[in-house]
Design a protein around this ligand. Sequence first.
Ligand code: PSV
Ligand code: MN
Length: 398
Amino acid sequence: MTERAKTDELILGALDSFRIELPSWGFANTGTRFGKFLQPAAAATIDEKFSDAGEVHRLTGVCPTIALHVLWDLPEGAAGVRNIRALSEMFRVRPGSINPNVFQDQIYKHGSVGSPDAAARAAALRHLLESADLAKQLDSRDVSLWFADGSNYPGTANIRQRRKWFEESLAKLHERLAPGQRMLLEYKPFEPAFYHTDIADWGMALSLAKKTGPQAKVLVDTGHHYQGQNIEQIVAWLLADDMLGGFHFNDRRYADDDLTLGSIDPYQIFRIFHEIFYFEWETGKRADVAYMIDQSHNLKGKIEAMIQTVTTAQELYAKAAIVDHAKLAACQAKCALVDAEVCLKEAFSTDVRPAIRDWARSHGLPEDPLDAFRKSGYLERITELRSKRNAAAVSSYA
Ligand code: PSV
Ligand code: MN
């Protein structure tokens, strides 16, 4: 077998196992804290979000699930389950991770499960338990947790007490999970809290997850790190401890910018995927990791940006799959620094696009999903249907 054929085989195998989840909120109008720029084709209902996600999956073939945010997508709780099931059948995308929302209601002004207000803690716990039940009813494996809890000024919060409250609620949620289910704990250093955040980094998420129980794992959102932080090292450590549950993928330049994947630093995402492949090669264990997108596009067309992200994720995943692990390990063992680095870069600089096109063709998928989307007429159809309503929506926060 030629080198080229070997590389292609590795890429095709990797792509067959690669799936990435779409966020329902990525299809809706979102903005910055200064206002929203409304897009005529943005989705406003759960039906429209399923429809748009279905379109991305139809064209890429690798997005069979859509992450749901409970308050945004299932505001009536269990009463919405039947509709979600029907939409799932209709648009051929299954409900994916279930994201409780314990950050937008007024009661959570000073936190949710970490709030000094017992009523707020109780409301948050009720919502978390309800979310676990919804996940069961929708056959979703993961309850994906992000807490906005924190404080803005030194001295205003009892950090250790809040941590205890977190432990208590997370333990109760863990009890509520069905055997195959998982709860994923996401961390974020700041925003909306600007002094302390209760789960601010991977160490805090890991410590809480370990205390909570075997079905609790850590979720890495690539936008939730300080500048210069070595995310792939965090990934390597979590993998080694069997504590990596999943990712929220996006790119960033400054903070949690929610830019399309690889738009700023594709090498970063490649290095993350590399750690996963290297772990699997070394241990023979398959990392059980949920790949999810968490992006909101204020200015780019939402469906186009999503297709762009999926395509980029496939490319970077394929590049990481072709790293010559045996060679890399040998270089590392003898401290051949330049050779080790060249070995990694060799894979990164390989043009994997022809192999991805072959893979798409062999699965009856368009070779260029973005071009296929533009030619499909879908955008024109939804623009016609949604633009009048969207123009009447409020864009300012005043
Ligand atoms: C918070 O910044 C976050 O990353 C969480 O995952 C939320 O669920 C998501 O964004 C949407 O607001
Ligand atoms: Mn996230």
